[in-house]
Design a protein around this ligand. Sequence first.
Ligand code: IMP
Ligand code: MG
Length: 197
Amino acid sequence: MYHFEQDIECVLADEKTLGEICDRLAAQITRDYENSEHDLVLVTVLKGSVFFATDLMRRIPFKCEIDFMKVSSYGANTETSGFIQVHLDLKRDVKNTDVIIIEDIIDSGRTLQKLGQLLQGRGAHSVRCCTLLDKPERRQVDLNADYVGMEIPDQFVVGYGLDYAEKYRNLPYVGVLKPSVMKNNLFATVQRNGGIT
Ligand code: IMP
Ligand code: MG
């Protein structure tokens, strides 16, 4: 069997670190929302954020809900149009709820910016974002997450839900993919430019 761990250059966050990140962020969210009179909905952006969202949610000790969206945003050409394509939408109406968008990683920031605007437009009482990883060097819009697990350098990472061409999500840690694996692969370029997430 091909062991896909040989495609990983180095580990950025091991299982222990990921657990500690979830502990810390869940404690912050609990402190901020436990006395809110609005329902809390964790809007999880498919597919990459699923592992993180479920680990985070089971550490929140009060009633909250999870729902899912699959979206994509597009590159520089459509940046000004505020366009976001919704491939799978929420089942729940978020009107008057406290929404936390759960992201795996913020890169350019476009996806999050447009999704935030979309949910605010649906009448959410509040919209914040919690991201596992943040690549501040790559930011192209003026936007920061409210809860950040870890800042990382401008490298392509996989594992713990994050993929490269749909693979590597099941690595239990977050690691840097060897550049040689991505060489000459068009999908990587699409993905880096905020294609389908
Ligand atoms: P944005 O550029 O902030 O809109 O990010 C778009 C999406 O690109 C993220 O939600 C991820 O799904 C994906 N992405 C960005 N950087 C990486 C990475 O290093 N590994 C895997 N996916 C990534
Ligand atoms: Mg994503």
